[in-house]
Design a protein around this ligand. Structure first.
Ligand SMILES: Nc1nc2c(ncn2[C@@H]2O[C@H](COP(=O)(O)O[C@H]3[C@@H](O)[C@H](n4cnc5c(=O)[nH]c(N)nc54)O[C@@H]3COP(=O)(O)O)[C@@H](O)[C@H]2O)c(=O)[nH]1
Length: 845
């Protein structure tokens, strides 16, 4: 629909113009007005496509009407044709000025009207189309811009969130240090309120030193135009703790390339640093552990060392691990003989197998010295390579100890000869071999004669010397393949593995006996020590090493019985004797508990007065099964089985009890002497035993005399003299027994608290027939008297002997001439008769 508004105050013109307007097209709606005002009112509600107006009108000029139309927005661009008379040229200009689109001269030509109107309408429509399109495009543009704005807002929001989500401090500052942005993490970390901090200079927000440091860093970024990467800085955290930040700064440049902002990003790496520190410390500890370890440690790949600790270097005599690493391989550190085993171990360990081989190898130190190492290996990964880690313990010392223990376990420490254990082992081997090869072997049991005296007289060191010499002499008599061993004490054994026949052992034995025929030189002394040898033959005598040894022992005893310095082959009878000895021992063990011991008493008489002076307590054993035994038969056995201390105590106690009884019952001045063995003297407690006995039975100490043999005294003189002086302080008397048979060291008479000397009965027995024995007896008496020591002549069996010692002024006498040792009750009876003839002889009546 085309709307045309026509305004003309001339109705006729109005009518014509309306007709022309309708001819423009089919769908033209014409609104005709005779004055501009009503037309303007219509224009408020409708927008025409064309306005045609007269210029000269009584109520409002065309110019005014056009102006008003142009002021009204909807009609600002609507085509307006003004109709003027030809001569009204001025009006036309005014109309065009006011905004008219075209003009027509009145009277209006219909054709022209239509053409002009159509042209203007076409333009109008084009304009409207353009306007619509413009409006559309503007709408589109506005929407796009809104979308852009929204996108930017959302991106900004996203970026903001990202920045605020990052657990790092992010801030932007301008070139003079004003804060442009801080993220949430930064706000929290430094307790900043972004709302107030933004725009503030950094020194108003951060601490002075932090600000100063960052001002300097920012200046550097501005000057260089490049980033500063990863510097570590220490800051004080909001909780007051020291924190470590890893900070990076980067410039944001403007279009001209100048730095406009500096973005600072800081990561709190305190925990990471602590972990790094802990790892460092742990590594340091591990390093110290490895370096300080007593174990050597080496890591190798294919035998080539790639790591070694100091201990490893030290074990092998190198000054530093670097010297080990410079070796082409580890082979030179091991004995050539061990290399194959080492390699097997290496391969097995790498293959995850376990070898049951011993892990001890011989190592070679740099100086060539051999050492023993014990190793433990395990596969490890070293810088991505398969490697072998091995620990080394230097076990040289342990090996040396083991060897020494082995030596001690199998060898005698005094002579260096095999000991009993090794000898037994070798004997077992020799017997097996003899059985298998049907040949004969010999076993010699050698005991040195009177060796004990050497020990007792000159001490153990000299005794040991003699044993070594004896060992050498025996060894020199046998072949390399024979075994010479020391069984203990003065007992040796020789194993002759193959002697063909039993008789072939005889020359060997003769050689040995001959080897002992010349004296042993022991420092300033010379000693004649012979040997007694027992021989058993295997496998004839036995196939059991223990029995063979027993047999040879029994044969040796027989040789001793035959006077020593000889030999004896084992026989069945000897076996019986050995069995007998064992039987006696087995009974002896229980003798004390079973009350089988008795004390006999032998009188000791005062030669001058003829009065009974003392009684010597002498031990007897009466076994219900085996019969009666004299001391010489069982005292050595008691000593052997270790019962002498208890038995000795029992004798002291019994003798003191008996003496007390006699002193109460008619023999008030009687004394008693008790024999003390060397072992009793050596063991603590003798002084207490004696003190306890004299106190218990209330006897005066001087009424008790203890007899000690000279040889017993000479063993450990210093220790013994302590005990003797302790006994002397108790007040008991001490007698030196068997005087003259030993070394009769006169110094002891002078230095020790000896009250009495007993001249041995062997001298008394021959004193009237042997001039030298007589001289010895005379000398002993004279010397003892000069030292104020009284003398007992022991073993007086006849009047001549008694006369001899009485004439030499001997003080006391003891012997069968007066009485044999008697049980206590018989002794009591004996003393009642003693006033009879012998006493008279003594008193010279
Ligand atoms: N440690 C201990 N030793 C003891 C103890 N009892 C005895 N003995 C020692 O045994 C040795 C042998 O003693 P015994 O067989 O009793 O012989 C003594 C006398 O019987 C014997 N004697 C005495 N007079 C004569 C004699 O005229 N002729 C002769 N043929 N023999 C005689 O002498 C032995 C006493 O000797 P002694 O002790 O040296 O005075 C003996 O040596 C004792 O030491 C004991 O309890 N503990």
């Amino acid at each position: 629909m085309t709307i045309v508004v026509i305004v003309d105050d001339q109705p006729i013109n109005l009518k014509i113009l309306c007709r022309f307007a309708r001819s423009i097209g089919d769908d033209v709606a014409v609104h005709a007005f005779e004055a501009p005002q009503p037309a303007l009112e219509l224009l408020r509600s409708q927008t025409p496509d064309l306005i045609v107006t007269d210029f000269v009108m009584p109520t409002m000029s065309g110019e005014e009407f056009i102006r008003r139309c142009r002021q009204h927005a909807p009609t600002r661009h609507v085509p307006i044709i003004v109709v003027t008379a030809y001569e009204d040229r001025e009006y036309r200009y005014q109309a065009l000025d006011a905004g008219a689109s075209d003009y027509l001269l009145s009277p209006v030509d219909g054709q022209e009207f239509c053409t002009r109107a159509r042209n203007l309408l076409t333009l109008w429509r084009q304009r409207q189309t353009l306007q619509l399109r413009t409006q559309f495009l503007e709408g589109e543009l506005a929407a796009t811009l809104r979308q852009y704005a929204e996108d930017i807002r959302r991106k900004e929001e996203h970026l903001r969130r990202v920045i605020n989500t990052v657990p790092a401090m992010i801030r932007a500052t301008d070139t003079v240090g004003r804060l442009l942005l801080v993220n949430t993490f930064h706000e929290t970390y430094f307790t900043i309120n972004a709302a107030t901090a933004i725009g503030m200079p950094r020194q108003d927000v951060f601490s002075a030193d932090y600000s100063a440091r960052h001002r300097a860093l920012d200046s550097q970024v501005i000057a260089d135009g490049t980033a500063i990467l990863a510097i570590e800085e220490s800051v004080r955290g909001c909780d007051g703790s020291d924190r470590v930040l890893l900070t990076t700064k980067a410039p944001i440049t403007g279009a001209a390339g100048q730095v406009e902002q500096i973005v600072t990003v800081s990561l709190d790496i305190t925990e990471r640093k602590q972990v790094e520190q802990a790892v460092c410390e742990s590594e340091e500890r591990f390093r110290q552990l490895v370096e300080g370890s007593v174990l050597g440690l080496v890591i190798e790949s294919g035998g080539v060392p790639i790591f070694a600790n100091r201990t490893f270097a030290r074990i092998f005599g190198y000054t530093s691990p670097a010297e080990i690493l410079a070796l082409p391989n580890l082979d030179r550190l091991f004995a050539a003989a061990d290399l194959r085993r080492i390699d097997q171990l290496r391969q097995a360990t790498l293959a995850g197998e376990t070898l049951n081989e011993p892990r001890e190898f011989q190592g070679v130190r740099r100086d060539g010295k051999m050492i023993w190492v014990e190793i433990q290996s395990q596969p490890v990964s070293w810088k991505g390579r398969n490697a072998l880690q091995t620990t080394f313990a230097d076990v040289s010392l342990r090996k040396a100890y083991e060897e020494r223990l082995q030596q001690q376990a199998n060898y005698d420490q005094v002579t260096g000869l095999p000991n009993r254990m090794l000898a037994t082992d070798r004997l077992r081997t020799a017997v097996l071999s003899a059985v298998r090869h049907r040949h004969c072997g010999g076993l010699l049991f050698i005991d040195l004669d009177h060796f004990k005296k050497i020990n007792d007289t000159w001490g153990h060191a000299t005794g040991d010397n003699l044993l070594r010499m004896a060992a050498d002499r025996i060894r020199s008599c046998v072949r390399e393949e024979d075994t010479v061993a020391r069984l203990g004490g003065d007992e040796f054994t020789v194993i002759l593995p193959n002697i063909g026949t039993a008789a072939n052992s005889e020359p060997v034995v003769h050689k040995i006996l001959h080897a002992f025929s010349h004296p042993f030189v022991l420092g300033r002394h010379e000693a004649f020590v012979t040997a007694s040898v027992g021989v058993s033959v295997f496998p004839d005598d036995s196939e059991d090493p223990a029995i063979l040894m027993q047999n040879a022992d029994a044969a040796m005893y027989r040789a001793k019985e035959q006077g020593r310095d000889t030999f004896q082959f084992y026989t069945r009878e000897l076996n019986e004797r050995a069995t007998e000895r064992m039987q006696i021992e087995s009974h002896l063990v229980h003798a004390l508990d079973r009350g089988e011991f008795l004390v006999y008493y032998q009188p000791i008489v005062d030669i001058r007065t003829g009065a009974l002076a003392e009684a010597e307590a002498l031990l007897r054993w009466s076994s219900p099964e085996l019969g009666r035994f004299l001391p010489d038969q069982f005292i050595p056995l008691i000593e052997d089985i270790g019962l002498i201390i208890q038995v000795g105590q029992w004798v002291i106690d019994s003798a003191c009890r008996q003496l007390a009884r006699w002193r109460r019952n008619g023999m008030p001045n009687l004394g008693v002497t008790v024999n003390i063995s060397s072992r009793q003297l050596r063991v603590n407690g003798l002084v207490d035993t004696v003190a306890h006995a004299i106190q218990r039975y209330g006897i005066p100490p001087h009424a008790l005399e203890l007899e000690i043999t000279e040889s017993c005294l000479m063993t450990d003189v210093d220790e013994n003299s302590e005990v003797l002086y302790a006994l002397d302080r108790l007040g008991v008397n001490l007698a030196l027994d068997d005087f003259g048979t030993g070394y009769s060291c006169l110094r002891y008479l002078k230095d020790l608290p000896v009250d009495t000397v007993k001249i041995d009965k062997s001298f008394i027995a021959t004193v009237t027939t042997d001039a030298s024995d007589a001289s010895v007896v005379e000398a002993i008496i004279a010397l003892a008297h000069r030292l104020g020591i009284r003398v007992i002549g022991e073993g007086v069996e006849n009047e001549d002997q008694l006369d001899f010692i009485r004439q030499r002024d001997c003080d006391l006498a003891q012997g069968h001439y007066f009485s044999e040792p008697l049980p206590s009750d018989k002794f009591s009876l004996w003393q009642l008769d003693f006033a009879a003839p012998k006493r008279r002889v003594l008193s010279g009546v």
